[in-house]
Design a protein around this ligand. Sequence first.
Ligand code: UD1
Length: 351
Amino acid sequence: MKKILVTGGCGYIGAHTIIDLIENGFEPICVDNNSRSTPVLLEGIEKITGKKIKNYKVDLCSFDETHAVFQENPDIEGIIHFAAYKAVGESVHEPLLYFENNLFSLINILKCVKEFKVPYFIFSSSCTVYGNPDEIPVTENTPTKPAESPYGYTKQIGEQIVSETTKTIFAQSILLRYFNPVGAHPTALIGEMPLGKPENLVPAITQTAIGKIPQLKVHGNDYPTRDGSCVRDYIHVCDIAHAHILALQYLIKRKNKSRCEIFNLGTGNGVTVLEAIKAFEKVSGVKLNYIIGPRRQGDIVAVYADNKLAREQLGWEIEYSLDEMMLTAWKWELKLKDDEAIHNNPNFKMN
Ligand code: UD1
């Protein structure tokens, strides 16, 4: 069984990927300092898979702590590097925090990849590297634009660091550019846990529907799109997770043509904010309380993926529709509410 190190494994996409790794015969090891996550998703993973997950609470910005994980597991064969800060707005106010955290951790991991001759490395990137594209859909060859935020720069620079480094070491690498990951595991045992008020659309929708947020604000309806709201490529988190397993298998089978390859992970369908709201209302049966507000600074009008390369090279197939994205996100929100009710019940006692 190949041992795969998943950094940021307690996070949203990391946790879904750990499940898929187990289902495909890999042995995941999780590393997470829980600075922006809690180990609670590991419990959900364990319920779904029946497997106990080895988790190291390690800060990847410490080379010594990172190195110790590799010393204890010198047989790690692959790394999926999710661990990073990802709040765009925060990155604008705290650029050094983002550059330090996202880049030091990546450099430390790559130093270990080099020293321990780890053969396969997968990096979490984002469609944010395309900025405001001149043409859509974007292919992997669409030129990248200056990033809109320090977060975006950490993804662009991260890509360069991985690509330049893997030219000179044993490892082969893949950069996966995610579009807008949404939804939750169909069991509703794991899902997204935004810290504070969510900035992203789908958690903002589900939190409005459940009453955590009084009203959803649609950021602008005067864009040059079919209904005036922005267009994005929402993609189910389980489809994103599965692409990581396919990417690993692609490298293991030596199907790659170069030492660092890039794949877009989106459905290829552009969906407007208002269409996403309608899909949510349809599957949940909940009428959403929303108003049209002004445009959000830094938002791009429209972006969606050309995903031909991932489909043809990795054999990736999209399994979840927009309705299923919304339904699984909703079921997860309902589950969180149930859990809170249990925890707030005075009769509930922790064992
Ligand atoms: C954001 C990040 C991007 C990141 C991605 C991950 C920015 C500028 N970009 O992209 O770097 O990779 O998340 O998922 O933040 N919307 C509303 N009301 C809300 C929330 C969102 O109308 O309360 C709209 C936005 O204006 C946008 C769309 O919904 O048109 C999607 O927004 P969001 O989920 O934040 O994703 P992105 O902006 O595409």
